[in-house]
Design a protein around this ligand. Sequence first.
Ligand code: GLP
Length: 257
Amino acid sequence: MRNTPSTVQGPCRMKVKVWGNHEAMSRAAAGCIAREVGRRPRLLVCLATGSTPIRTYELLGCRARQAPALFKQVRVLKLDEWAGLPLNDPGSSEAYLQQRVIRPWGVSQRALVGFVSDPKQPKLECQRIQNWLARHGPIDLCVLGLGSNGHLGFNEPGRMLCPVAHRALLSPQTRAHAMVSHTAVKPDYGLTLGMAEILQARQILLLVSGAHKRRALKRLLRGEISTQFPASLLCLHPRTTLLCDREAAMQGPAHMT
Ligand code: GLP
């Protein structure tokens, strides 16, 4: 396994590190998150769900077993949630974070903040998260995955993007995501942090893995900023690191240093 990454040069200002495989990428991501927690024990970390960061979170669970105090003071903000899916549904972001982060890392239940999935008044629920973030933010470290259509959280491609926490209409591609493959009725909406809240994070880690992300990653690395490809806004952020695996990058030696 390769244990030093290649660096891709591109017009985008983010640092891009290409690891040999998903395992190596996950180890690098886990190392980076653990380092930040070590520096700032009360870190406010905003976490994406999905398949890409699973191994990263698992590796951090292993670290927590060896050092049970590591995540004791950390605060976790849920990036997004499927609207209409009960919080205890195995496909919800809530269930995902409980199972893969909160319990294994030993984070206190009170330290998890996020949208409820079935608010009677979604606007008020989004306002609640906006207010919480205005009071307790900004996010110290935001861990993101890349949607294959360029979405971040549930900020879907469109003519306009909403800067703050909001209810978003999901694209057919997002409704086909593996997290909700078991549900008979697919959620039409998601609740998500907005792009301004994400971009205000002190540091961002974007994880991209697998051949199915190649097209999206290639587009991102072109460095053209468009609301039709929300992840491209990360090019405006001063401290974003993109960690990907070779499968996703599929770059020849000429592109690497
Ligand atoms: C989902 C989630 C995002 C996640 C993204 C990528 O729609 N809402 O938070 O980052 O898609 O998921 P995956 O890592 O499974 O490709």
